[in-house]
Design a protein around this ligand. Structure first.
Ligand SMILES: Cc1ncc(COP(=O)(O)O)c(C=O)c1O
Length: 411
């Protein structure tokens, strides 16, 4: 069965992804099963998407209920679910309004279009982003992304993007030109290997943007939605220093729909009408099904205090991983984490790693054998992006599988 499905993938599915040889059949909570019945602990969470795990009964129920009531209507009409969701998201941030789309890449597009429209009258259009950043796979997204390998082969890219070293405010200053209109940044670089923006950098960027009339565009696609222990990562990182800090726009997707595809951009009130009627749109953006799921996720996260769970389990993971690092210093080189967004820089060159694959892929494959899903980043980072409702026992089970795998690889 599994081989037959893989063969059909090879014949009929576009080969844009390097897929692991795993054929999944079903999931429940933090676990998934393949078509042969093998169980995996899913610490990858579909790359930070499955925030309530798999097959959450309340999500399944709300999908079923909403689909039998009103599955889709165009954005030419009003309906309660979208109003409720926009209000619920905005209340967690500040005065502003929400545009709904379907993915993270589209949320980047919205922020880039917002910046272009904002600067249009003055001929300003340039956006500064960080090296090693990731903002999606659309043409604007890859133009904004600060990684050559994502852009290669797609010239000419959208003009007007420059990339500066991450967490380097002086470099942003130096990159300013009279045409600069915005700075776009991930709160925690995800694809770049789990690297948080520093509090000083955030506050410095906010000041710089205010001084130069630039928009501060925040890509919260991967690091948002409570993953770092707060709704958005700047709230976690700034903590007591938060004050009235707010970006001018925040891109969201991934965990927003917990597996139902959706994205959104919150736009701060002073700029909320920059993209006026007719300037942007999406057939499916914020449709009734997506909004019903997203509203239910927010209700469950609040009710079950999952932001606090993300903080507590994040500390647990990082502390326990630090102990493993002491024991296996050739295997674990560095641990970077904020809540349940954890990156582990792994060592390579072990004798069982013999087929020339990047270190991260070797470890992720070895963890598959042990019965655990994780996500590679860059050449040597293994990411844990588990559900926010993971239990301490499940976290411990993941750590045990991780240690067993290390022991096997270094033996
Ligand atoms: C920070 C960030 N922005 C944008 C995207 C693109 O999101 P999507 O794949 O939903 O288009 C991603 C996806 O990994 C991401 O991590």
């Amino acid at each position: 069965m599994s081989q037959e499905i893989k063969d059909r993938f090879r014949r009929f599915v576009a080969p844009t992804y390097g897929r692991f040889p795993i054929t999944l059949d079903r999931g429940e909570g933090a676990y998934v099963w393949n078509t042969d019945g093998k169980r995996y602990l899913d610490l990858g969470g579909g790359i930070a998407v499955n925030c309530l795990g798999h097959a959450h009964p309340e999500i399944s129920q709300v999908l079923a209920d909403q689909s039998s009531r009103l599955m889709h209507c165009t954005n030419f009409y009003h309906f309660e679910g979208q109003a409720q969701l926009a209000e619920n998201l905005a209340k967690r941030l500040g005065q502003g309004r929400v545009f709904f789309c379907n993915s993270g890449g589209e949320s980047s597009e919205v922020m880039i279009k917002l910046a272009r429209h904002y600067g249009q009258a003055e001929g300003r259009f340039e956006i500064i982003t960080a090296e090693n950043s990731f903002h999606g796979r659309t043409m604007a997204g890859i133009s904004a992304t600060g990684q050559g390998k994502i852009k290669d082969g797609f010239a000419p890219l959208l003009p007007g993007f420059s990339h500066v070293p991450f967490n380097d405010l002086d470099a942003v200053h130096a990159a300013l030109t009279p045409a600069t209109v915005a700075v776009m940044i991930e709160g925690v670089q995800g694809e770049g290997g789990i690297r948080p923006v520093s509090a000083d950098m955030m506050l410095g960027l906010r000041r710089l943007c205010d001084e130069h009339n630039l928009l501060l565009l925040w890509d919260g696609v991967q690091c948002g939605h409570f993953r770092t222990g707060s709704f958005q990562s700047f709230q976690s990182i700034l903590g007591d220093q938060l004050g009235d800090f707010l970006p001018d726009a925040i891109g969201m997707a991934k965990a927003l729909g917990g597996g139902f595809p959706m994205g959104a951009v919150w736009i701060a009130e002073p700029h909320a009408e920059v993209l006026g009627p007719g300037t942007h749109g999406s057939t499916f953006g914020g449709n009734p099904l997506a909004c019903a799921v997203a509203n239910k996720i927010l209700e469950v996260v609040d009710r079950d205090d999952l932001a606090a769970n993300a903080t507590a389990l994040g500390h647990f993971f990082v502390n326990e991983l630090a102990k493993l690092r002491e024991k296996y210093s050739a295997a674990i080189l560095e641990i970077r984490g904020l809540g349940l967004m954890i990156g582990i820089e792994m060592g390579g060159g072990f004798s069982s790693f013999d087929d020339g694959k990047p270190t991260a892929l070797q470890w992720v494959s070895a963890l598959h054998e042990a019965g655990m899903l994780t996500i590679p980043a860059g050449s040597s980072v293994v990411r844990f992006l588990p559900p926010l409702n993971l239990t301490r026992e499940e976290a411990q089970a993941g750590l045990d599988l991780f240690e067993q795998t290390i022991q096997k690889i270094i033996a």
